[in-house]
Design a protein around this ligand. Structure first.
Ligand code: COA
Length: 152
């Protein structure tokens, strides 16, 4: 998708950012557990916590429609979500390359053990498995995997 451009998201983008997360997460249910928070709680968290305190990147089409979101929190990829209508077209790859360029010293992230598509994606991008859990430490109580880049 050549027309998609990424830019830093500000307070005025909170609803667009939340919208991408909510739609992508909902479409991914099966590969990921159902959301434990309501849509309203997600919108409030994005606007009160994520945008003010973390580094948020938004990818949009030529008409300004939000397509994909990357959230960096120190050395963590905190969120990476692509609109379900445009997955598999390279947007996630461009955002993970952006994450690497913003954090050349290294990155970590969590993904659900059930999310095999995302795991293939991260392995292809040079991440490796650092830890697997039984899920008792996350909100969804679902087994997850910590990936690191670069590989140790
Ligand atoms: C995982 C994700 C960020 C990848 O971004 P993308 O733009 O779709 O990926 P790219 O086009 O750059 O790369 C394609 C690869 O992404 C993965 N992928 C593609 N669509 C996917 C989907 N709907 N869900 C999970 N992974 C997917 C696959 O590994 C695919 O490779 P494949 O063709 O060998 O199956 C994106 O698909 C997504 O947002 N998925 C749903 C939410 C999610 O799982 N987020 C990650 C949470 S840790």
């Amino acid at each position: 998708m050549d027309f998609a451009a990424s830019r830093r998201a500000g307070p005025e983008d909170a609803l667009a950012v939340a919208d991408v997360l909510i739609r992508s997460r909902r479409a991914a249910v099966g590969a990921v557990p159902p959301a434990v928070h309501s849509d309203a709680e997600v919108r409030e968290w994005i606007s009160a916590v994520v945008i003010p305190e973390r580094e948020v990147w938004l990818m949009e089409d030529a008409d300004g429609r939000p397509l994909a979101v990357l959230v960096l929190d120190d050395g963590w990829v905190d969120q990476l979500y692509v609109d379900p209508a445009v997955t598999g077209r390279g947007l996630g790859s461009r955002l993970i390359d952006l994450a690497k360029s913003r954090r050349p010293a290294g990155l970590q992230l969590w993904t659900f053990a059930s999310n095999t598509g995302a795991q293939r994606f991260y392995l292809r991008h040079g991440f490796s498995v650092a830890e697997t859990t039984d899920g008792s430490g996350n909100e969804e109580k679902a087994p997850d995997i910590r990936f690191v880049w670069p590989a140790p």
